[in-house]
Write a protein that binds this ligand. Structure first.
Ligand SMILES: [Zn+2]
Length: 220
């Protein structure tokens, strides 16, 4: 993707109108999935990572996708999508939690859409997610968790509850359910995202990254 130092959009109204100068959400998604294919095959190009790529961005950023991913050290978005500086606006929090009163996460995503005019939002879960494992264990065992970990895990409760008794692997089911809940929350989130999604300017998708294969699969 071209990291064009560009206009810093100043209002949600402007960003909510059809974008005529940037790539569409579908085009951005295609580029991300192509980058992931390169990553899987060991054919990464490692674009835009030199000092001369960073310097022009001091004047402004125009990222093309928002990635809501897990804090897990094994899921670095720029690397698994083979993207460079200025391409991705990334919000990382353990368990890639969107809902449950997470105003900081939602606000960050709204900022990317309203102020930076980003057309694509991807909620990215991953296999073997420790936060999801902890949430399942916590709800099964009703064990005590230290500090703010309990609050974090509580925000994953809806996904854990949704997959209880479901056939298949409970962890994988819960990882996917958590992504789906995040996507649904964002698609209906007023006043910034919902009208932009309804108007076709913004697309919100869900995906899961497989730690073993390096592949990203769209889920919603
Ligand atoms: Zn995780």
């Amino acid at each position: 993707m071209a990291a064009v130092p560009a206009l810093f959009r100043s209002s949600a109204t402007e960003a909510a109108s059809p974008s005529s100068d940037g790539p569409s959400a579908d085009e951005v998604l295609r580029q991300l999935l192509e980058g992931n294919q390169r990553f899987m095959k060991g054919e990464t190009t490692g674009p835009r990572r030199k000092p001369e790529d960073f310097r022009p961005l001091a004047a402004g950023q125009r990222p093309e996708a928002i990635i809501v991913g897990c804090a897990d050290s094994r899921v670095p978005p720029e690397l698994i999508f083979d993207q460079g500086v200025g391409d991705l606006f990334i919000v990382r929090v353990a368990g890639n939690v969107v809902g449950g009163g997470g105003a900081l996460v939602k606000g960050s995503i709204e900022y990317g859409v309203a102020e930076l005019g980003v057309p694509l939002v991807m909620v990215l879960g991953h296999s073997e997610c420790g936060a999801i494992k902890a949430a399942i264990k916590h709800m099964d065992d009703r064990d005590a968790l230290p500090g703010a970990i309990a609050e974090l895990v509580n925000r994953l409760r809806p996904a854990v509850a949704k997959t209880k008794g479901m056939p298949g692997d409970r962890l994988d089911n819960t990882i996917r359910a958590n992504v789906t809940l995040g996507v649904e929350t964002l698609r209906t989130l007023r006043p910034v995202l919902a009208p932009a999604v309804a108007g076709g300017r913004v697309r919100v998708v869900g995906a899961v990254y497989d730690l073993r294969t390096g592949g990203v699969v769209l889920t919603t």
